[in-house]
Design a protein around this ligand. Structure first.
Ligand SMILES: Cc1cc2nc3c(=O)[nH]c(=O)nc-3n(C[C@H](O)[C@H](O)[C@H](O)COP(=O)(O)O)c2cc1C
Length: 335
């Protein structure tokens, strides 16, 4: 039996398969069945900056209105600021209920795009029982005046801000769309990110030609999409001190193993669990054990086995891979 225990951003996990933020963690039963299904940790669905700001504004408005009507209707005055029915309250309550009844770490997810008061929610998530925070920085700079450096700085500022507010580990989930992703990863590492989650999937709207409408759907990923995150994980392996989490494109055990060979500390999945149910996690984990046993490898021996070799010039390595790949493709597809 192979020992799959894994350290991820300072947390001890029973195995390296993690349920990424997604629809299955929206209820207590959902979280329990993810844990029961065999994952090593669970990232909850995200609470959005906009939701937090909206509810804070509503609270202030309620307080103001109540204060104005103080003389006329004392009984309407709320005893304390409250959004009992709000999304924030439900989220915190779900952490409070779920964290003590599962046997794996529960990581809360905050999704935002600019530094602000909303990041204080991280503290409340930890107080409710979250073992860590995953920050999903989702920012599409459509303002044509915003420079690349400003975009990068936002990420660094958000991470530094949240790190200051909590003492639990903080992961940052980000997109690959930076001019120099490696430098971005290094800056986030230096800003204190305990893990980098590669990658976020962006909403890419389609167009319905019959209805003449833009459709903002969100398809489930396919294993081909794992190639980009896998390349970056392999390039960053042992070059940053933050843990590396692979996210996107896991469907089978082979997909999990490939990410581990590239150097991922943990491998996350939403699509595979949505398609096959929470208990599929157990099958993926057993599959990893069988694969390691067949190859007579421990998890630690396998992890990073096919990463960009230490000491290699990463740029040259990528460039020579590109040139030889293109040469092979030209032979394959030559008519
Ligand atoms: C229905 C659905 C809901 C999701 N909700 C969130 C979310 O709340 N926060 C987040 O960071 N990612 C969210 N994701 C993205 C996943 O965490 C993950 O990054 C993405 O699906 C790629 O991984 P996969 O190929 O394993 O599905 C969601 C994905 C799906 C399919």
């Amino acid at each position: 039996m192979n020992d799959l225990r894994t350290r991820y951003m300072g947390l001890q996990l029973r195995n390296p398969l993690v349920a990424s933020a997604g629809p299955l963690s929206q209820t207590l039963d959902g979280i329990k069945s993810l844990a029961g299904g065999g994952v090593g940790a669970i990232v909850m669905y995200s609470l959005f900056e906009e939701q937090i700001r909206h509810e804070a504004a509503r609270e202030t408005e309620m307080m103001d209105r109540s204060a104005e009507s103080f003389a006329e209707a004392l009984s309407y005055f709320p005893t304390e600021p409250s959004n009992e029915s709000g999304l924030v309250h439900s989220y915190l309550q779900l952490i409070e209920k779920a964290a003590p009844v599962i046997d794996v770490p529960l990581i809360a997810s905050l999704n935002g795009s600019a530094k602000g008061e909303w990041s204080g929610m991280a503290r409340r998530m930890v107080d409710a029982g979250a073992s860590g925070i995953e920050l999903n920085v989702y920012y599409l700079p459509e303002d044509l005046q915003v420079s690349g450096r400003e975009v990068e700085q936002r990420y660094v500022d958000i991470v530094a801000d949240v790190k200051q507010k909590v003492s639990v580990p903080v992961a940052v989930k980000l997109s690959p769309f930076f001019s120099s992703f490696g430098e971005m990863a290094r800056r986030l590492d230096e800003a204190g990110a305990d893990a980098l989650v590669l990658f976020n999937r962006f909403l890419q709207p389609d167009i319905d030609l019959d209805q003449l409408q833009v459709i903002s759907g969100f398809d489930l990923s396919n294993p081909d999409e794992a190639k980009l995150p896998r390349s970056w994980i392999s390039a960053l392996y042992r070059r940053v001190s933050a843990s590396l989490a692979a996210s996107t494109g896991v469907e089978t055990t082979q997909d999990v193993v490939k990410y581990l060979l590239a150097g991922a500390d943990v491998v996350m999945t939403t699509a595979a669990l949505v398609r096959n149910g929470s208990s599929y996690a157990g099958q993926l984990v057993d599959g990893v054990t069988s694969w390691l046993n067949r190859r007579q490898l421990t998890l630690n021996q396998a992890r990073g086995m096919l990463a960009v070799p230490a000491g290699a010039d990463a740029d040259e390595y990528a460039r020579s891979g590109y040139v030889s790949g293109l040469e092979r493709a030209k032979k394959t597809y030559a008519k």
